[in-house]
Design a protein around this ligand. Structure first.
Ligand code: HEM
Ligand SMILES: *[C@@H]1O[C@H](CO)[C@@H](O)[C@H](O)[C@H]1NC(C)=O
Length: 349
């Protein structure tokens, strides 16, 4: 009697564990996954870091692009490299074609790393893992080592990529705070984690079309001088890209529109820190979705919290990036190791 009750309990527990497991793939992820997967002397994570350092030195834009790219990969079908697929005869509308994916970059850097790893350790390292490690390394470099996290490997590359799906899954810059909260909740991220991850807008650039509404927003929602600066920048050409963080702006423009900000202009661009929250409190952020974080009780408290404690944000951002990097493919999806990151070439596993 006792034994059968125990057995029953054990069975229920096993079943519950199976139901709770997001997918077989996510369960298999492991820190140091590639340590013994290649011949001796090939340090996969080391190779990736070497490339990322070099690529950022050559083109500082690469760092921010990678941080955004991992978000856009993982939020759509999990971290499966689906955002890396190019359009082809079989798939004329992959994720990259979605309006929400405007401005994505750094695909060439990932393809270079993939080619190098294929030479050194053929058929072993997935593109989805390369992207996760590359974004981790870019984060570390741009934050001057302040954001440093271990992230597990072992992902497989997906077979499927849809622009329609990307557009439906990714948040839009016109969203209200409640829409943002709901969008992240679908991936099991709470309002605080959404605020933490939004801090990534302390780096990088955005096309004027991504914040058009902000150019005429009332001064309660955007600093008037900043609005004038954005209007000036956005009328230089058809749809230019403007830096997200005003301290990355050129000195002359800041001196003209926001002289009070002159001392904050930086020689080094894309310094990754909690300045987003300071800017947000001062109504100096690009997107409506950024400003919206000041309007909801579940988000505004965290804007203040992370403005006031830089160390806390560094730590919590790292934690949220690890969580983001673990989002699994939809249950039952097939995966493999691509030969090139931009095309599905692998057999089904
Ligand atoms: C909260 C919802 C979010 C919205 C609505 C949003 C929206 C956007 C938009 C519209 C752009 C500019 C694209 C362009 O015009 O070229 C952008 C850029 C960027 N986003 Fe977000 N984003 C969000 C969250 C995130 C998250 C969670 C991350 C990463 C953790 C992130 C990282 C970035 C980065 C780094 C850039 C600059 C990219 C570059 O310079 O190439 N964003 N975002
Ligand atoms: C800021 O956060 C860090 C890390 O969690 C913590 O150790 C520290 O006490 C916090 N500082 C303040 C002033 O609250």
């Amino acid at each position: 009697m006792k034994l059968s009750v125990l057995l029953l309990c054990a069975l229920v527990a096993v079943q519950a564990a199976l139901l709770a497991a997001p997918s077989a793939q996510a369960k298999g992820l492991q820190v140091g996954y590639y340590n013994k997967k290649c011949r001796k002397g090939v340090d996969v994570e080391g190779v990736i870091m070497w490339h990322i350092k070099r690529a950022i030195k050559k083109n500082p834009r690469v760092g921010a692009a990678l941080v955004r790219l991992v978000f856009h990969d993982c939020f759509v079908r999990g971290c499966d490299g689906s955002v890396l697929l190019e359009k082809s005869a079989q798939n004329p509308h992959p994720e990259r074609e979605a309006p929400a994916n405007i401005g994505l970059a750094a695909f060439d850097v990932l393809e270079e790393i993939k080619a190098d790893l294929e030479r050194k350790c053929r058929g072993v390292v997935s593109c989805s893992d390369i992207l996760v490690y590359a974004a981790r390394d870019a984060t570390k470099i741009l934050s001057r080592g302040h954001i440093d996290y271990k992230v597990p490997g072992g992902r497989l590359d997906g077979m499927y990529s849809s622009a329609y799906e990307a557009q439906a899954e990714l948040p839009d810059s016109t969203f209200t705070a409640q829409q943002l909260i709901n969008n992240f909740a679908r991936k099991n991220f709470d309002a605080e984690e959404m605020v933490i991850l939004s801090g990534a807008h302390s780096i990088g650039m955005a096309h004027c079309s991504s914040f058009r509404g902000r150019l005429t927003a009332p001064s309660g929602e955007i600093n008037r001088d900043y609005r004038n600066l954005l209007n000036y920048k956005c009328h230089q050409s058809a749809n230019p890209a403007v830096v997200n963080n005003v301290r990355d702006e050129d000195y002359k423009t800041v001196a003209r529109f926001m002289p009070g900000f002159k001392s904050r202009v930086r020689k080094i661009r894309d310094l990754f820190d909690n300045s987003y929250y300071h800017n947000n409190r001062a109504r100096i952020v690009s997107f409506n979705s950024d400003w919206q974080l000041m309007t909801h009780k579940d988000t505004v408290e965290h804007v203040h919290e992370y403005a006031e404690n830089a160390t806390l944000w560094n730590e919590d951002f790292a934690e949220s990036m690890v969580k983001l990097s673990k989002l699994p493919m939809p249950p039952g999806s097939k995966g493999g190791i691509r030969k090139k990151c931009s095309i599905v070439s692998h057999p089904l596993y």
